[in-house]
Design a protein around this ligand. Structure first.
Ligand SMILES: Cc1cc2nc3c(=O)[nH]c(=O)nc-3n(C[C@H](O)[C@H](O)[C@H](O)COP(=O)(O)OP(=O)(O)OC[C@H]3O[C@@H](n4cnc5c(N)ncnc54)[C@H](O)[C@@H]3O)c2cc1C
Length: 385
């Protein structure tokens, strides 16, 4: 079928999850001048939160309304249908998506961009007593409770478990949110602080944590989380008014019933074209996907970079054409914000820091939101890591 064949109009393209890649798929396919498939975006939440701005929101730099993309408006703008629903399964034989409310949606081609789930079963007590950063929407709802927690038990610290960029940004943002009056603990696990960044960045972050009196506990795993704190695997108990988990993630549990090929952590195995291994009618991108032979960090920057290719390949798959491979960039840029209009840039062996880095990050972040909120027509994906 030619990509502009009128028959395309009758093909049903269903997009599961309002993740970063799907924002771009809706925009690209929706504004294409050729024939468009019937596009339905299904998401649990009507607003897609942009994680890059979440620490800034926690620190009070952005109101909640400034860090999300309204999926209903996006779909209206690009002639797609928005369906609010919680996906619980896929009947691949019938080509049908199953929703928690008992409804279902039929597809000809399916794309999954639902993000990752927290690995709550790795630490005993985490499911009952920890606050997971993912899903972001639930975490945002818990923020007020965190503030209440933090405000009331003035003597008890708050603990953040996870020494990656997300954990560091959260610790620094919460410190600002609590007006530097609350002791914050940052526990990094065996891999230590920012294992994927260069030593200069680590030094700068360490100095920043020290200046702000944030207690860094490195090389220790948390072995148990309970109502009033946590235990380290060396046996030491630490009190904590609230314990936040910014640690490893896994594939959403519902994928287990779909019969799709999954990797050891439960993520959907895909080829470089983002087509699922073993099912050419299913594609996946972003955190939920795992490209065979191409290990990538679970970072929004890759979900964003995959968006344009996913749009192209979905269109080509609908037309029965061969698809193109994903080519990631060699090094990604990370801009780590410290919550006080200051940021640290990291890319390979490069690092820089200052107010100007934060201004740069702020400009990039706002441009990302604008792109999907105001109908910005530029073509380059704009997210930093
Ligand atoms: C504090 C923090 C800061 C971060 N900062 C950065 C950063 O600066 N740069 C960076 O590259 N990465 C960052 N990350 C990582 C980044 O958040 C993820 O890699 C990114 O969000 C993954 O994007 P995604 O498109 O795969 O899915 P997501 O952004 O997770 O979106 C998934 C979507 O699917 C929907 N959904 C999920 N499950 C279902 C379901 N069952 N049914 C229907 N809908 C569903 C959700 O509502 C959501 O809209 C950060 C993470 C954290 C925690």
């Amino acid at each position: 079928m030619h990509p502009d064949s009128p028959e395309l109009r009758d093909r049903r393209l269903v997009l599961l999850g309002g993740g970063h890649s799907h924002l771009e798929v809706v925009r690209r396919l929706g504004r294409s001048s050729g024939v468009r498939p019937r596009m339905t975006l299904v998401s649990r939440d009507p607003v897609s939160i942009y994680s890059g701005m979440l620490p800034g929101h926690i620190a009070g730099l952005y109101p909640a309304g400034a860090i999300g993309i309204d999926l209903t408006e996006l779909c209206d703008r690009y002639a797609a249908t928005f369906h609010r629903g919680d996906v619980t399964g896929i009947d691949r034989q019938r080509k049908r998506v199953l929703l928690a409310d008992g409804n279902s949606i039929d597809y000809d081609l399916l794309s999954i961009n639902t993000g990752a789930a927290p690995s709550l079963d790795r630490i005993p007590g985490a499911a009952e007593h920890a606050i997971a950063v993912k899903p972001l929407q639930r975490f945002m709802q818990q923020l007020d409770a965190i503030k209440a927690h933090g405000g009331s038990a003035a003597d008890e610290p708050m603990a953040i478990v996870g020494g990656g960029a997300g954990g560091v940004e959260l610790a620094l943002a919460l410190d600002v949110r609590m007006h530097h009056r609350k002791q914050i603990l940052l526990i990094t696990g065996r891999r230590g602080l920012l294992p994927e960044h260069n030593p200069r960045v680590r030094r700068q972050v360490r100095a920043c944590l020290q200046r702000r009196d944030i207690r860094l506990i490195e090389g220790q795993r948390v072995s148990h989380i309970h109502r009033h704190g946590l235990r380290l695997d060396e046996g030491r108990e630490l009190a904590s008014a609230a314990t936040l988990l910014a640690t490893a993630v896994r594939g959403p549990a519902w994928l287990g019933e779909t019969g799709l090929a999954l990797d050891a952590a439960g993520f959907i195995r895909v080829r470089r074209t983002l087509a699922a291994v073993g099912d050419p009618a299913v594609f996946a991108a972003g955190d939920v996907a795992s490209i065979d032979d191409m290990p990538l960090a679970r970072a929004g920057v890759f979900a964003v970079r995959q968006g344009p290719l996913l749009a192209t390949n979905l269109r080509r798959a609908l037309a029965g054409k061969p698809q193109r491979p994903f080519r990631p960039q060699r090094a990604t840029l990370a801009l780590i914000s410290t919550g006080d209009r200051y940021a640290i840039a990291s890319r390979g062996r490069f690092s820089a820091s200052g107010y100007w880095v934060w201004r740069w990050k702020d400009w990039l972040d706002r441009r990302f939101i604008r792109r999907y909120s105001d109908g910005d027509q530029g073509d380059e994906p704009v997210m930093r890591c």
